[in-house]
Design a protein around this ligand. Structure first.
Ligand code: C5P
Length: 224
């Protein structure tokens, strides 16, 4: 099998997936792919163009003529939309509120999944999202389904926002997280669900480093 395996990390909003996935990728020398950033990037363009969020064909056609690139940097992963750096812009409250509607469209997802499968072919990879273990990297050697209590996730998101200079109320964050999880779990097209062969990891009482170490240990077992 060699040392290059595929690691799929799925789970609800703000469970720590991207922070932990990044650490795991760094430690293993793997490529990290944040698929949520891709859905956020296309949502940014959809809102900028005032496209009807329910017009699936228009949304999909827009994606077909759009390039989304993910590039590693010292400050984390950078996101480029048609060459423009949108790394910070895609974390805004507006994008966060609309992204699940855009991501619910089956034909748009099909194109995203095709792109993600191609990106994963290049090397050892850690990919995080909602449908990675179920639809994108279905053959991944290691699948994790990561969650944490809603209270803990809202607190983490608030800290994250503070670091980005975004003000947010805890009660509002909780509502936003619950609503987004509901939309992501109840949509018809590849909903958020734990893959049958995924390991469930509750990070409520774990530090980021503890969770990362656990996944790295599992990855090393799968490599040998
Ligand atoms: O991971 P993040 O919270 O940035 O993802 C933003 C949104 O993108 C999710 O709430 C979900 O609607 C969508 N998404 C998805 N499938 C993925 C990754 C993200 O539907 N693989």
């Amino acid at each position: 099998m060699g040392n290059n395996i595929q690691i799929a990390i799925d789970g609800p909003a703000a469970a720590g997936k991207s922070t932990i996935a990044k650490l795991v990728a760094e430690e293993l020398g793997y490529t990290y792919i944040d698929t949520g950033a891709m859905y956020r990037a296309i949502t940014y363009k959809v809102l900028e163009r005032h496209i009807d969020l329910e017009n699936e064909e228009a949304l999909t056609n827009l994606l077909l003529e759009t390039t989304i690139e993910l590039k590693p940097s010292n400050d984390g992963q950078m996101v480029f939309l048609d060459g423009q750096d949108v790394s910070d812009a895609i974390r805004s409250n507006a994008i966060t509120s609309y992204v699940s509607i855009v991501a619910s469209k089956a034909s748009l997802r099909k194109e995203m999944v095709n792109r993600q499968i191609k990106m994963a072919k290049r090397s050892g990879v850690v990919m995080d999202g909602r449908d990675i273990g179920t639809h994108v990297l279905v053959e991944a050697e290691l699948k994790i389904f990561m969650s944490a209590s809603v209270d803990e996730r809202a607190k983490r998101r608030q800290l994250d926002n503070e670091r980005r200079g975004i003000d947010s109320l805890l009660s509002q964050l909780k509502k936003e997280i619950v609503l987004r999880d509901k939309m992501d779990s109840e949509r018809v097209a590849s909903p958020l669900v734990q893959a049958k062969d995924a390991i469930y990891l509750d990070t409520t009482n774990l530090t980021i480093l503890e969770a990362a170490k656990y996944i790295i240990q599992l990855a090393k077992e799968r490599m040998s």
